[in-house]
Design a binder for this molecule. Structure first.
Ligand SMILES: Cc1cc2nc3c(=O)[nH]c(=O)nc-3n(C[C@H](O)[C@H](O)[C@H](O)COP(=O)(O)OP(=O)(O)OC[C@H]3O[C@@H](n4cnc5c(N)ncnc54)[C@H](O)[C@@H]3O)c2cc1C
Ligand code: SF4
Ligand code: SF4
Length: 942
């Protein structure tokens, strides 16, 4: 029986992935190690976890848990069974008025903070990966960040953990009866823990070493401070799981104490003549209460000096300069001002190159933090093709940091890491350094090995620092745990592992590993693949945004698979290559919505959709391309045919029953797989006569060109008796006294998205140029702004330039194209007379609204006409992508699942969005009628 069949006794087939593309896709986390799992499973409850443990024990196959997969030390990969928790373990409960939060391991850290925001609280750990990292990983890595220091890291803020041991027994310190049960049912483990505690307490040296090591951040080895902080075996074990990197037990739930989210903040960027001078300022800064003190060396500054918006003086700083980004945070403005003043009073102690200027403006502060967070990716983005970007994470005693950095920089020179940069959380003596290199040749590996061994010597022997302050030991520092901690402590750690996981099947090789060279084994090669994605650092930041993440691939996995294809080609494994390429067609290409949402969160600006579009284009035959061009040229006819088909479809449904068209199109699809499926959200097309009746007033100063998109022209209102979108737009404009001009040849015109998303370049270029010429005339050569009533089309039109001829590009630059949301916010709202407000409405911001950065306007319009506006925490791309949802409805179904579940928890007076096909997808998912925000304004104004 194959592995899948055996696992099928535990989980349904749909949640066991063993196809080549799945295994290859999950072989990477954000670190620089690579292991291909035997299977990927997605359990949904504790029973299934227990069965998986039994299975692992019986078959001697290791189990490794993965949450967000953003780990950097190689701890969320395996060649055993990978247990993916990102999909089903995302329950969250705010308790005690926000003082505590109960989470499952698949809850994204930032999402927990969104729920806590209204209580002015947040979780303690603040890794810079918090938008993608999940609670299982945040706790298991004992993650921390710029602000939390040691005090508010996962270890100190985790109150209770519910866990399952490899033998299937489950406990939680929250349950008082579990203390006795743990001691009784896990006698050996409990006795080992008591014995270890006694050993530590009886050795002053060990005791002091442990206390000393946790004064600064430290994630090397197990959290031995648990033995000093707790006496009950259950408490000790629960806290060993923090930072346990999934090697001891499964965390199924945790309760965290939250911390105040101080609302008043002042941030400043300080420049120093050299790194040593900067380091001398750390302790005084901490003394005056700086919450964040982020250090950047000259090389780090150089890596971001060309970033748009950056202070141009950065380029002219002396060659030895260094910078520090500092922030004060307080509960009220007076306290904040006094903190800042206290700091200004001591500035003469520092040899600053600039006058400190504090900003309290959220936009400016966000920018400064964006710059700081952009350092690691900035190096990743400019690295040579085929090289890996390595982010190390060490800590030194703060008072020695200056000297330590100078020594480290000397090592960069010695080992020819010419583009290495240093930055970090200076307050905690924690610095990160980034180097890039390839691992293609043995000499490359040797160089890294020698370098890292010297770094270990420097950190441990010379400065008594730590080798991993916050990223976890993983495989990367496993050979050096004993070096850092000494033999006695290492033996204790080995005993902990052996007592909890006697068969060594839970993330084996991570933290405890007898192989002295494991840090240079299973290294990831990053071969150059395609221009669009070569910069990818496999960080995983994009995964949670992607609408196809739960049915096929995420952007990271799309890229990882492309890299594997290159590797297979290189090694001549043609059979696997062909198999993978075949699977990529559906998983990689067809189910990508090409919405580009991945680019909005990617630290190196990769839009995987661009790659997909190009690959789709390359898949088209010359005949296909020609046919698409004919369709583009005859789009008026196409539009009429679609209207005819819709009318016929509705008729068929009326005569043969509501499901007739769905059945019919499903049957056709069996023969023609790309045939679109019928949706009952499709209504009769609207009458276009209304557009012809418009009399524009050329004298009116407030005139706009209204471009009703082809979607609006062919899809009518989805609710009986409601206006269609064009009627709603014209009504709103009339009430606002805005004169409207309609393009003369509106019928048959289109933004071209339908062609561009499928990679039909010629058809897209033809459509784009035709549209441009039409709009140029209608807008009186750019005098009037153009308003578009579907946000995804607005986005396409705003980004039309590359598809235009040179002369049309010049015209395009003079054209103002705005979305209906901007029209409502900037043109209609100022003079609007509200007839009645809705009580509580819900919004679905489509991805183009996110990408255009106008979500705040969307909320503003909604809040003008409703007392309460809700945007679901889990709002995301619906996967409709124009027409992709008709071709692959499973994509839309999967993409809308989480958001729909959240929306269904309550009732609303209105459901609004700004793109018709997305409204259809959400209506289908929620079973309520979503409509354009134009309808809200029309309904609520006089
Ligand atoms: C660009 C970048 C910046 C980063 N910045 C920081 C930073 O500032 N601070 C910081 O601390 N880290 C940082 N990291 C590292 C990483 O993002 C964090 O450690 C994060 O907390 C890992 O969370 P995850 O959900 O991705 O965990 P994963 O990588 O999925 O897993 C981490 C570990 O937890 C284990 N695990 C997961 N769930 C469970 C469970 N339920 N039970 C038992 N074990 C489990 C896994 O087996 C693995 O060993 C950064 C990473 C990147 C790529
Ligand atoms: S374009 Fe959209 S669907 Fe495609 S990979 Fe990026 S986020 Fe996913
Ligand atoms: S595409 Fe960007 S966000 Fe996604 S894994 Fe690659 S670098 Fe990270």
């Amino acid at each position: 029986m194959c592995l899948k069949q055996r696992l099928n006794h535990i989980l349904p087939e749909a949640r066991i992935k063993t196809r080549l593309i799945d295994l290859v896709g999950y072989a990477s986390d954000a670190g620089f190690y690579h292991l291909i799992p035997k299977a990927v499973v997605q359990p949904v409850n504790e029973e299934e976890i227990i069965s998986l443990f039994q299975f692992s024990n019986n078959c001697k196959i290791p189990l490794v848990f993965r949450a967000g997969g953003t780990s950097l030390s190689g701890q969320s990969i395996t060649d055993g069974i990978l247990v993916d928790l990102s999909r089903f373990w995302n329950k969250i409960l705010i308790e005690n008025d926000g003082d505590t939060v109960r989470v499952q391991p698949g809850v994204i850290g930032a999402i927990a903070n969104v729920y806590l925001k209204k209580f002015n609280r947040k979780i303690g750990p603040d890794p810079s990966s918090i938008n993608s990292a999940m609670m299982g990983g945040i706790i298991s890595n004992n993650a921390s960040g710029m602000c939390c220091g040691v005090k508010h890291n996962s270890y100190h803020t985790t109150q209770f953990i519910r866990f399952i041991l490899p033998d299937g027994k489950s406990f939680s310190a929250e349950n008082s009866l579990d203390y006795k049960r743990f001691n009784k049912e896990c006698m050996f483990l409990a006795e080992e823990l008591i014995d270890i505690r006694e050993t530590i307490l009886s050795s002053q040296e060990l005791h002091e070493k442990i206390r000393g090591k946790y004064k600064t951040k430290n994630t090397v080895g197990y959290s031995l401070n648990a033995f000093l902080d707790y006496s009950e075996p259950l408490d000790i074990f629960s806290h060993l799981l923090v930072g346990g990197e999934g090697t001891l037990a499964f965390i199924s739930e945790a309760v965290l104490q939250t911390i105040p989210d101080l609302p008043f903040k002042a941030t400043a960027l300080l420049y120093y003549p050299d790194i040593y001078a900067a380091c001398q300022a750390i302790l005084p800064l901490v003394g005056v209460g700086a919450e964040m003190v982020e250090l950047m060396d000259r090389a780090a500054l150089r890596s971001i000096e060309n970033m748009p918006g950056i202070d141009p003086s950065v380029k002219t700083l002396p060659e030895t300069a260094a910078a520090m980004l500092i922030e004060f945070q307080e509960a009220d403005l007076t306290s904040l001002e006094s903190r800042v003043n206290e700091f200004l009073n001591i500035t003469k102690e520092f040899s600053l190159l600039n006058r400190p200027e504090f900003t309290r403006d959220p936009g400016k502060r966000d920018f400064l933090w964006k710059v700081r967070k952009g350092l690691f990716p900035a190096v990743g983005a400019v690295r040579s093709k085929g090289t890996t970007v390595i982010l190390e994470d060490i800590a030194f005693p703060v008072d020695l940091l200056g000297n330590a950095i100078l020594d480290l920089q000397a090592l960069f020179v010695k080992y020819h890491y010419t583009n290495a940069i240093i930055f970090g959380h200076a307050k905690d003596g924690n610095i990160h350094f980034v180097i890039t290199q390839s691992f293609d040749k043995p000499a490359d590996v040797f160089r890294y090995d020698q370098f890292i061994r010297e770094v270990v010597e420097l950190v441990v022997d010379k400065y008594k620092g730590t080798l991993k302050a916050e990223h976890g030991t993983g495989r990367n520092m496993a050979p050096f745990v004993e070096t850092e901690w000494g033999l006695d402590a290492y033996k204790i750690m080995s005993r902990i592992k052996a007592a909890s996981d006697p068969m060594n099947l839970l993330n084996p090789g991570v933290i405890i590993n007898n192989d002295p060279d494991i840090h240079v084994k299973n290294l990831k090669s990053l071969p150059a693949v395609e221009e669009e994605v070569d910069k990818c650092i496999e960080c995983g930041y994009c995964e949670h945004k992607c609408p196809s993440r739960d049915i096929t691939l995420t952007p990271r996995r799309r890229i990882v698979v492309r890299r594997e294809l290159v590797r297979l080609k290189k090694t001549g494994d043609h059979v696997k290559y062909r198999e993978l390429l075949k699977q990529y067609q559906y998983d990689g290409l067809e189910t990508c919505a090409v919405d580009g949402l991945c680019a909005s969160v990617c630290p190196v600006d990769i839009n995987t959709g661009d790659l997909v579009k190009r690959l789709r284009k390359e898949n088209h035959s010359a005949v296909g391309n020609k046919f698409a061009l004919v369709l583009a040229k005859e789009f008026r006819l196409v539009e009429s045919l679609v209207c005819f088909a819709l009318k016929s479809g509705r008729l068929v449904n009326r005569v043969a029953g509501e499901k007739a068209m769905a059945r019919l199109t499903k049957a056709v699809r069996k023969m023609i797989p790309t045939f679109p499926l019928w949706s009952n959200q499709l209504e009769n097309p609207p009458e276009l006569g209304i557009l012809e009746k418009i009399h524009s007033d050329p004298e009116n100063q407030t005139t706009v060109v209204y471009f009703p998109t082809c979607i609006s022209r062919v899809l009518g209102s989805s609710a009986e008796g409601r206006k269609n979108i064009m009627e709603a737009f014209l009504s709103v404009a009339e009430k606002a006294g805005i004169s409207v001009v309609i393009p003369k040849n509106i019928s048959g015109s289109c933004c071209g998205q339908i062609f561009s998303s499928k990679g039909f370049r010629d058809a897209y270029h033809f459509t784009a140029n035709a549209w441009m010429e039409e709009l140029w005339t209608t807008s009186c050569e750019g005098k009037y702004s153009v308003v578009v009533d579907v946000s995804s089309c607005t986005y396409t039109l705003q980004h039309l330039r590359p598809a235009l001829s040179e002369s049309n590009q010049l015209l395009f630059d003079r054209l103002k194209i705005m979305d209906s949301i901007e029209f409502l916010c900037d043109w209609v709202l100022p003079g609007s007379r509200v007839k009645q407000k809705k009580d509580k409405i819900i919004l679905h911001p489509v991805c183009s609204v996110d990408k255009m950065g106008i979500e705040y306007k969307f909320r503003k319009v909604a809040a003008f006409y409703a007392r309460e506006v809700v945007v679901p925490v889990k709002a995301g791309c619906c996967g409709m992508a124009g027409d992709r949802g008709f071709l692959f409805p499973e994509l839309t179904e999967s993409a809308t699942l989480d958001e729909a579940a959240e929306v269904k928890e309550s009732d609303y007076d209105g459901y609004y969005s700004s793109a018709k096909t997305c409204e259809m997808a959400m209506s289908e998912a929620v079973n309520k009628n979503y409509e354009s925000i134009l309808h809200l304004v029309d309904d609520c104004t006089e």
